[in-house]
Design a protein around this ligand. Structure first.
Ligand SMILES: NC(=O)c1ccc[n+]([C@@H]2O[C@H](COP(=O)([O-])OP(=O)(O)OC[C@H]3O[C@@H](n4cnc5c(N)ncnc54)[C@H](OP(=O)(O)O)[C@@H]3O)[C@@H](O)[C@H]2O)c1
Length: 267
């Protein structure tokens, strides 16, 4: 069954790769990119690749006019993939930075999703909402909690929305990637160093560097994005499958172990 799929944040990384891969399989894909230069570059790429079923549009989730326009496009799968990551200790990170991370990762996709499901319910469309969460939606490592908190919020939203939309035949699903080398995690880590100041903060820059190295310094923190993109191409159009899709399996196992450890944790 071919589907009509809107992917946000499709100007780079997982979103771009999934959009191209799904279009190659014959799905009608709207790749919505954050910025006009990304739109132009991806339109050229789609032409070179000979992918007429890949339509590229501009969608800045913080632009209400872009969002309203996007809600009117014709699709039956919405992939909330766009996101940013703000690293740094949650005990000290400036609150306006945390708010911005929530605006882009949680409130903006929730706003778009609400508009879309309202339309689907009225039209009787049996669509699917996919939230690109993270392994960070299921654990919260020191130094990365602002981002992890946004993904925990998405988990809560997806879990409840699953039940709320079931009576209308609308499916809800999460995709939870491990740490892949798209540049996203590196940017998240770097973001902390624009405000962390050894003269002001009790978390020293060296300590933050160690947290970054622990999380994404090794090969397990720099997985090949193509593998994740292939998984997304499998999950996104499917009408059957798991509500939660952690990838790779080794991360799913580690997260289950982590949850058990949290119940056993002593203060
Ligand atoms: N890479 C990983 O290891 C990993 C792991 C777990 C989860 N994820 C999640 O996977 C998703 C995709 O990440 P990625 O790794 O592919 O990184 P990415 O290439 O940076 O993709 C994120 C995309 O979101 C876009 N975006 C940012 N702000 C936006 C806005 N206001 N409106 C619309 N789009 C906006 C970005 O555009 P700009 O480049 O213009 O900012 C970018 O194209 C994210 O939700 C991320 O949290 C990634």
């Amino acid at each position: 069954m071919t589907r009509k799929i809107l992917i946000t944040g499709a100007g780079s990384g997982f979103g771009e790769g999934a959009a191209i891969g799904l279009a190659r399989l014959g799905h009608e894909v709207i790749a919505a990119a954050h910025l006009w230069p990304q739109v132009t570059a991806l339109r050229l790429k789609a032409k070179e690749l000979g992918l007429p079923s890949l339509r590229i549009e501009k969608l800045d989730l913080l632009d209400a006019y872009d969002v309203k326009q996007a809600a009117g496009w014709d699709f039956d799968v919405l992939v909330n993939n766009a996101g940013i990551g703000e690293g740094g200790p949650i005990a000290e990170i400036p609150l306006d930075i945390v708010c911005r991370n929530f605006e882009i990762n949680v409130f903006a996709p929730l706003g778009l999703t609400q508009q879309v499901v309202k339309k689907w319910v009225a039209a009787g469309t049996r669509g699917k909402i996919v939230f690109v969460s993270s392994m960070g939606g299921l654990f919260s490592p020191p130094g990365f909690s602002a981002y992890a908190a946004t993904k925990h919020a998405l988990e809560a939203i997806a879990e409840a929305m699953y039940g709320e939309l079931q009576p209308f035949g609308i499916q809800v699903q999460t995709i939870n990637p491990g740490a892949f080398l798209t540049g996203f995690n590196e940017a998240m880590a770097e973001n902390a160093f624009r405000w962390l100041d050894d003269d002001i903060n009790f978390t020293k820059r060296d300590a933050m560097r160690r947290l970054v190295a622990d999380l994404i310094g090794g090969p397990g923190g720099r997985l090949d994005p193509e593998d994740m993109i292939n998984k997304m191409i499998e999950v996104i159009p499917a009408e059957q499958g798991h509500f939660r899709n952690v990838f790779p399996t080794v991360i799913e196992d580690a997260l289950k172990k982590h949850q058990a450890e949290m119940f056993a944790r002593k203060i």
